[in-house]
Design a binder for this molecule. Sequence first.
Ligand code: WQD
Length: 337
Amino acid sequence: MKNILVTGGLGYIGSHTVVALHEAGFNPIIIDNCCNSSPLFLERIAKIIGPTPLYYNLDVCDSKALNEVFKTHEIQGVIHFAAYKSVGESVSDPLKYYRNNLDSLLTLLEIMKKQTSAKLIFSSSCSLYGDAKEQPVKETTPLEKSQSPYAHTKQVCEEILTATCLSEPKLNAISLRYFNPIGAHKSGIIGEAPIGIPSNLIPFLTQSVAGIRGPLTVYGSDYDTPDGTCIRDYIHVVDLADAHVIALKRLIANLNESNYELFNIGTGKGSSVLECIRTFEEVNGVKVNYTLGQRREGDVVKVWADTTKANEVLGWKTKLDLKDMLRSAWQWQLSGI
Ligand code: WQD
């Protein structure tokens, strides 16, 4: 089996991707310092796939420790998730974001460029489009000024990858620009488990409906959108995990057309905050208690994906819709894990 290093593999998207990698016949090796995840996810992943994946509790910025992993295992591919990802937190603590999100990629690339085979899938984000004038956004849509340090770190990381791949022909990388991942694995054993008060919409919403949090605050209802609330392209985390496996297979089979490619990974459909609330109530037969509050600094008004390139070049498309996402998010919340 091919060894695939998954940095941040105990996190929300990481854990779902580890399951998908195993099911596709790969051998995922997890690296995670659990700053935003829990070692409990290792047992949960094992409950789904059977074997317990190899796991190193280390920080990707620790070059010596990371190098040891590459010396110990023949690594055929790397999926790099390990990064901070809260738009709001990055506004209040930018240095934490620049230090971690840039250092982790730089450390990884310095080691990978010494390997005979270096194939990398990078966790990028739609937030780097900023408040794009054209919607849906294409991979060629000019990037607006980033709206948050988080988004800026993703822009800079992609620039680092562009320059490094140009100078290192044997480094082959694909950036997957995620839109908004939500939902949970059908088993209800893994899902989004933010530490502390969730900054993202859906985990806060499900915790509010479960009575763990107070009412949901809708951040802004006076935007230039049909119902005044922000629009995002919500994608099921399982569809997103599958995109990583397909992109990895593309690199391993040397099907990539250049040694740095990028793809929008979304559904191609935008949904407003109020639409999410209404759909959640409809599919789950519950009431969401919310108030209309002030705008949140760092938010873009609307962003959703043109997914033509991922559909036609990568050969990937979503299978699950917003109702599936919100139903699985509620099932995960009810599992009480
Ligand atoms: C969505 C909408 C909020 C909380 C996320 C990830 C980021 C990236 C992009 C992958 C916004 C509103 C939220 C709340 C609200 N993903 N909201 N009340 O900011 O789009 O970013 O997707 O890389 O990593 O964080 O997601 O869920 O925080 O916000 O009204 O309590 O919900 O204003 O309009 P965001 P989010």
